[in-house]
Design a protein around this ligand. Structure first.
Ligand SMILES: [Zn+2]
Length: 287
């Protein structure tokens, strides 16, 4: 059995018009930079992304990274870093042996350098984006300086050959990859928001949890069938054709598994529901 804790390391404050958000309470909408800790019975603590961190803070002081910080209204004080929040739970950075990377946007990988013993898992297509030229990387908003210097030697790439049709309660999601071959951690193909984006299916005790990263931003968008927002199109680059197909698989999964938690990285409402149900299973800096 696995257990899941959700973490928040920093926030963006997004213009609801640029992001075509259904919720417009006036002003910008706060997007938590969400990640998750999964306690695996044999592999120990595993992270799914890690939010912003010190390398991201440093990067955003300079050049065009400052523009990113301004447009997205990023706020990520050190007391909210994943490494700090994990320490408060008694987990040292060296204890983290695996980090699954949904995709390489800075709000998902901005704290990776803090985990010296971790092996990283990412989709080959996502990693390929990181290896493109500087202009393509700028366009895709993937920042090499956030990665540890020895990143590639610690990276395990999963590609389409590793993904197989899923069974049982995950069948409607299509293809996935059972990371350790024990059924506890299943990576799910979720392209669209970014090329090679992956999600992660696990369980919190008996409850099914599906971490979907940025497949959508706010839960209400799971049912939106309109065109992609301006902001989403900029970030998705050439992957946006897959966006609608990924959403339709997620809708099918939700309809078949109404009790499952579908958790997007930036949905504050889902976080609020989670903490109401599991008050101890959230890590974030005190407000
Ligand atoms: Zn993203």
């Amino acid at each position: 059995m696995t257990r899941v804790w959700l973490g928040v390391s920093g926030h963006s404050h997004v213009d609801p018009v640029l992001a075509s958000l259904p919720e417009r309470d006036g002003g910008r909408v706060a997007f938590p930079a969400g990640w998750a800790l999964i306690e695996h019975p044999a592999q120990g603590p595993i992270l799914f992304d890690c939010g912003y961190g010190e390398p991201a803070r440093t990067a955003m002081r300079r050049g065009l990274r400052r523009v990113y910080r301004g447009v997205l209204g990023v706020c990520c004080p050190p007391e909210g870093d994943a490494v700090t929040l994990l320490r408060q739970r008694g987990i040292a950075p060296e204890d983290v042996r695996w980090i699954v990377i949904s995709h390489f946007h800075p709000d998902h990988v901005g704290g990776l350098r803090a985990f010296p013993s971790a092996r990283f898992v990412a989709h080959a297509d996502a990693w390929r984006t990181m290896q493109r030229g500087p202009l393509a990387r700028l366009h895709a908003q993937v920042w090499r300086e956030l990665l540890p210097d020895d990143f590639e030697s610690r990276l395990q790439v999963v590609g389409s050959g590793d993904f197989a049709p899923l069974g049982r309660d995950l069948a409607s999601l299509g293809r996935g990859h059972d990371l350790f071959g024990d059924g506890h951690i299943v990576l799910v193909d979720l392209p669209g928001h970014a090329r090679g984006q992956i999600g992660l299916a696990a369980r919190h005790d008996d409850a099914r949890v599906l971490l979907v990263a940025d497949a959508f931003w706010q839960h209400a968008q799971l049912d939106s069938r309109g065109p992609l927002s301006w902001l989403a199109r900029q970030l998705a680059m050439d992957a946006s054709d897959d966006y609608a197909a990924t959403l339709s698989r997620l809708r099918r999964f939700r309809d078949e598994q109404p009790d499952a938690w579908i958790i997007a990285s930036h949905c504050a409402r889902t976080l609020a529901r989670w903490v109401e149900r599991y008050p101890d299973a959230l890590m974030r800096a005190p407000a």
